[in-house]
Design a protein around this ligand. Structure first.
Ligand code: GUN
Ligand code: ZN
Length: 468
């Protein structure tokens, strides 16, 4: 049995900072005892260290913060080859960059390489759990689960369901997508720390029949997750209105097919009205808020104030490659900036909560992750407030936990992540500076596929509107 101990400043949450002024729990000089991937004791270094046996190695992170590992509530592992690709907005970005890149995942070798690279990058950024979209190819999710299982990660993933308004190379044929969903769920859901998500990509890329079948499965299997995109971009919302003229709203499309319920995770949720927010909260669904992506693609700004007021469950998410980074620190900063643009302010404490315990609770993982409580799975991120000269200078002037966390989220990135423990195993150092992904020849081929596909859709480069 692996028995380790981590020394450092322990910070976690015992409540939602919105609801409690005493939500943060702090031990300045703390110790976590970890046996076989689980936290078995926590507390002050002094008394706990005196009781340590000789068989337990203490790793000293004095000067660093130990927090629950970050949870990324929505991201796309096949999109790292096209992260940071310029676009004219969501729909143009999907056709020009995203769909062509996803076509490469027909090849299982591409899937395996991409899965390894992606999970290395998550760990490098301090993220220990995520809800992840694959491509339409079952093998993409098979590769991701295989790799996550080998690392002992808590991860939710699903293959995209899409059977219209997408390139034929990426379209499910007949009910094949649902068959693959059932077989992947049977193979992986509940295996180790893994969970399966029924994943209609977005309302516009599924027929009524596919949404109906997905909804029937969601109703009959409340243990499975549902993940999709919702009300991200105004053009997309207009398009969905045309495709589903009888629906009251974009949300109503999912709701009417039985896809809005607990364990449903909807990315973006920007263009909602008060009725939508009420239904969303009542259903106990989770909004995976992706402010970095929303700024990068110019999709809009999430209304934190109204969402909180309506009682919506919120978790933060990177949405790579629409989002420019897998860093949850950068994502918190973007959330802060977006809230400021809408005239409200979010504390660092609140944002760290939504990136750790809040997300874990929203996803039904209460007390398993998102906390440093004894008994929890030992997913821990070690943050170094002296990682860069500027951060060190600013952190030295911090006179409160809030101020220190604020500095970390504004100035920090993967350099501030000293180590990431996944089920007690140090996991950051796996990243190698090797190129895994598209070669120049691959890129030329995908650009050509994109050109042909866009021709078929009668869409001009730079034109943000898809006209199928
Ligand atoms: N809507 C449908 N597919 C996608 C995607 O891959 N990324 C984002 N951000 N939105 C989408
Ligand atoms: Zn997304």
């Amino acid at each position: 049995m692996a028995r380790i101990a981590l020394r450092g400043r322990l910070i976690d949450f015992v409540a939602d900072p919105i609801a409690s002024a005493a939500a943060v729990r702090l031990v300045d000089d703390g110790l976590l005892l970890i046996d076989d991937g689980r936290i078995v004791a926590r507390g002050e270094y002094g008394p706990l260290s005196r009781a340590l046996g000789p068989d337990r190695e203490v790793t000293d992170f004095t000067g660093c913060l130990l927090l629950p590992g970050f949870v990324d509530a929505h991201t796309h592992f096949p999109q790292l080859d096209i992260v940071a690709s310029a676009s004219g907005g969501l729909l143009n970005w999907l056709t020009q960059h995203t769909y062509p890149a996803e076509m490469r995942f027909a090849d299982p070798v591409v899937c395996e390489e991409a899965a390894r690279f992606f999970l290395d990058e998550l760990a490098a950024n301090g993220t220990t759990s995520a809800c992840v979209l694959g491509t339409v190819h079952a093998q993409s999710v098979e590769a991701l689960f295989t790799e996550a299982q080998a690392r002992g990660m808590r991860l939710v993933a699903g293959k995209c369901l899409m059977d219209r308004n997408c390139p034929p190379e990426l379209a499910d044929r007949g009910d094949q997508g649902m068959h693959e969903t059932l077989s992947l769920a049977a193979r992986w859901h509940g295996k180790g720390r893994l969970g399966y998500a029924i994943t209609p990509r977005f309302a516009a890329s599924s027929t009524d029949r596919q949404l109906k079948l997905a909804g029937e499965l969601a109703r009959s299997r409340p243990d499975l997750y549902v993940q999709s995109h919702l009300a991200e971009n105004e053009e997309e919302v207009r398009w969905v209105r045309e495709l589903f003229p009888r629906a009251r709203s974009y949300l109503d499309v999912y709701e009417s097919f039985g896809l809005l319920r607990e364990r449903s995770v909807y990315a973006h949720c920007i263009w909602l009205d008060a009725t939508d927010r009420r239904h969303f909260a009542l259903a106990r669904a989770t909004a995976a808020v992706c402010p970095g992506s929303n700024l990068f693609l110019g999709s809009g700004t999430f209304d934190f104030a109204r969402a909180v007021e309506a009682g919506m469950k919120i978790a933060l998410a990177t949405d790579v490659g629409g989002g420019p980074t897998l860093s949850m620190l950068a994502t918190m900063r973007a959330a802060h900036d977006v809230a400021r643009m809408r005239g409200s302010s979010l504390s660092a404490t609140q944002l760290f909560y939504w990136a750790t315990r809040g997300a874990a609770q929203a996803l039904g993982w209460d007390d398993q992750v998102g906390t440093l409580e004894s008994g929890a799975e030992a997913d821990v991120v070690v943050l170094d407030p002296a990682a860069t000269p500027l951060l060190a200078k600013r952190a030295a002037a911090a006179d409160s936990v809030e101020s220190l966390l604020f500095a970390l989220m504004v100035l920090g990135d993967d350099r501030a992540v000293r180590e990431t423990f996944i089920a007690g195993r140090p996991s950051k150092g796996r990243r190698k500076p090797t190129l895994s992904g598209a070669s120049a020849a691959d890129n030329a081929r995908t650009r050509e596929l994109a050109r042909r596909f866009m021709g078929r859709l009668r869409i001009a480069p730079g034109d943000g509107v898809l006209k199928p």
